[in-house]
Design a protein around this ligand. Sequence first.
Ligand SMILES: *Cc1c(COP(=O)(O)O)cnc(C)c1O
Length: 495
Amino acid sequence: MPYPDAAAFGDLSVLARLTEELDRFNAFEGPDPAGRNRAAWTEHLGTRLPQEGAGLEAVLEDLRKWIVPNGLRNGHPGFSGWVTTSPTTSGTAAALASTVAGSQRVWIHTFNYLEKLSLDWLKQLLGFPENWHGTYTTGGSSANLIALGAARQWAVEQQGFDPSMTGLPAHLKWRIYASSEVHHVVNRAAAVLGIGRRNVIGVPVNSAGEIDPDALQQRIAADRKEGFLPMAIIATAGTVNTGAIDPISRLRAIADEESTWLHVDGAYGMFGILDDRVRERYDGVAEADSVALDPHKWMAAPVGNGVAMVRDRDLMGRAFTLEPAAYLEGSMGQQDEVVASPFDGFGEILHEFNLDQSAPSRGVQVWAILREIGKSGMTDRVKRHNGFARHLSALVEKDPYLEQLAPVVLSICCFRYVHPDLDESQLNELNRQLMAALRAEGDLVPSSTILDGKLAIRPCYVNPRTRLEDVDLLATRAREIGDALAQRLKESPTR
Ligand SMILES: *Cc1c(COP(=O)(O)O)cnc(C)c1O
C-alpha cells in the first residue's frame, strides 16, 4: 500500500457481496430486527474513533452483518406510514452509477445532461409548461424553500428592492398564506427566509381539508389594513394528513387579484394529476408561479430527491445566484459545441438556482425510473394506490366497528376502530394501542394523525411493493386487534 490512508479503490466487484445482502434485506423476511436488536448493534457499532483502520473487508463485514440487516424497512409491502418508501431497482442503480461516475452534477457529462432532460420529462409527465425552470433539491423541504425564495425575490422586487443583494427592507411587513393543513416545512422556510414562522397564516379549511378561499380573501384584506403585504399564496396539492387538494385555480384567481405569487406544494400529491378520477382538482397548476414535488415519494426514487420548479428562470437565478468567482467561472474555458475537455464548461448550469454548490446527480434517478416504466407505469402506480385507499374506504364503510375520518382523495385513507361502549378518550387510547400493536407485529405499518381530536390510523399508499392483500389485511387486523383491545378496556375501564 503506497499511501498511508490505505483506502481501497478500483475493485467495485466487492459490491456483489453487498447486493446479495441487500436483496435479502429487501425480501423483508421474518420480524423486523432493528428495534429489538438495538442494544446489540449499538454495542457493536458504537466504538470510539478507530486510530488504525480496520480495512475494507471489515467495513463490508459490518455492512453485511450488522448495518443492512438492521436497516429501515419502509419499503416493506405492508409499510404505509407517513409519505415514504424505499427506492426501486432502477433508481437504486442510477444512484450507484452517479455516485461513482457522476459524482458532481456540474461540468459536461451525461449525468449533467440528464439533470435537465429528466426535468423536461417531469414537465411533460405532469403537464407543466415546457419553459418552466426546475432544479433538483434534497427533498420537499428545500424545494419549498427555493420556491418561496423565488417568491420573496419577486415580491420584494415589486416594491423596488432586491432582497438577494440588500436583504429585506425593514419598513415592509410580509405574510404568506396557506391552509391550516400546510406542511410545517413551509413555516420553516419562512423562518429561514426572514419572513418568520408566525407570518405564515394558516387559513381555515372546510370539512374536506381544503382551504376556504373566502376566509383567505378576508384575511388578506384585514392584514393589508394592518400594513402586511402578501408575499405568496400556497396551495397544497395533497396534504400529508388526508391528501386534500386546495382549489388551485381559485387560488390562482385570488393571487392575480392580489398581485401575488402562487406556489403549489405538491411534494406528495403532484403525481395524483395522472389519475383521471382527480385530475381536474389540479386545474390551474400550470398557471402557478412555482411548484414543489418529491420524486422520492410516489416515484420511489432514492431519498434525497426533490424538485422545485419556477416559471421565471431569471428571477430564480437572481434569488439564488452564487455570483461568479475566480475559483469557478474564472477557471472555465469556452462552452463551445465541441469541447476539448468536459471541464471546459459547467454544462447545464445548476448551482445558480439552488442552495448547493457541490451536489449529487439526481436527475439520472428520475430519468432511470421514467425510462424503465414510462408515463404509463407511473400512471398505473398512482391509480393503483388511489384505488387502494378507495378499496380500504369501502372495507371500513362495511364494518360497523371501523369509521372513516376523512374523505379519500388520493392514496390516504384515515380511519379508526370504534365501539359503542367506549367514549372519545377511550377510543383514542384504543387506537393508539392498536397502532403500537401493528408496529410490534411489523407486517403492517401505517402511521397516524389527529383529525378533529380523533386519533386516525392513516395509511398512505406510495410504496410500489404494496399489494391489495396488504390493504385487505390492514382492515382485518385493525378490526381484530381493535376487538381485543375493546374487550380489555371494557374489563378494566380505569386504565
Ligand atoms: C413530504 C412533504 C413535504 C416535505 O418534504 P421532504 O421531502 O420530506 O423534505 C412538504 N410538503 C408536503 C405536502 C409533503 O408531502
